[in-house]
Design a protein around this ligand. Structure first.
Ligand code: GAR
Length: 204
């Protein structure tokens, strides 16, 4: 079983379906030579995802893995991740649900960023859910991925105010700014060995 810290830079993979702004934040936070981790591989289920172009521009291997169905995607993704000896998987706007088998393969080593203060507003369109619920505060959560949907152990949360004239996009944009700090912070917590494989915080 993989235990952090590894005593060498962890090999990090990022799965992303879209824009890739969280990927960019991770690339900035883990430049080549970082002691804790390096982004070694980016996978996307969408060939046209800007995240793939951003990874390639940063000199990182980036592969489109088609998603005709979950099993086909995961077989190929697992082969690529294991082939690259990946230690940690970051879901950065990856808009598909991973199977329990995939999650077990990387138990305690898959992190997701979600645009709400979990456990509120799980699933799709979390920002729209927050606006429709009329809450005054929302934010983002970085959590370990377990077999449920947005249910794993919470590592880092950041709050933002929901303004009276917010729409889904303006709220999403304000939340993203916080995600860009929260995600690298959570990755560092895990890689530094501050969270054990069961998701429990280790005494400092
Ligand atoms: C982020 O806001 C992330 O929280 C959300 O997708 C966006 C990706 O942005 N993820 C989910 O909703 C997952 N359920 P990005 O491509 O610019 O990083």
């Amino acid at each position: 079983m993989t235990r952090f810290p590894l005593g060498r830079p962890a090999r990090i993979a990022v799965l992303a379906s879209g824009r890739g702004s969280n990927l960019e934040a991770l690339l900035r936070s883990f430049p080549p030579g970082d002691e804790l981790g390096e982004i070694r591989l980016v996978l996307s289920n969408r060939a046209s995802a800007p995240a793939l172009a951003k990874a390639r521009a940063a000199g990182v291997d980036a592969v489109h893995v088609p998603y005709p169905d979950r099993a086909t995607f995961e077989d190929r993704a697992l082969a690529l991740l294991d082939g690259a000896d990946i230690d940690l998987v970051c879901l950065a706007g990856f808009m598909r649900i991973l199977s329990p088998g995939f999650v077990r393969h990387f138990r305690g080593r898959v992190l997701n960023v979600h645009p709400s203060l979990l456990p509120a507003f799980r699933g799709l369109h979390a920002q729209r859910q927050a606006i429709e619920a009329g809450v005054r505060e929302s934010g983002c959560t970085v959590h370990l991925v377990d077999e449920g949907v947005d249910t794993g152990r919470i590592l880092v949360q950041r709050r933002v105010e929901v303004l009276p004239d917010d729409d889904e996009e303006s709220l999403a944009q304000r939340i993203r700014v916080q995600e860009h700090e929260a995600f690298p912070e959570a990755v560092r917590l895990v890689l530094a060995g501050r969270i054990d494989a069961t998701g429990t915080e280790v005494e400092a």
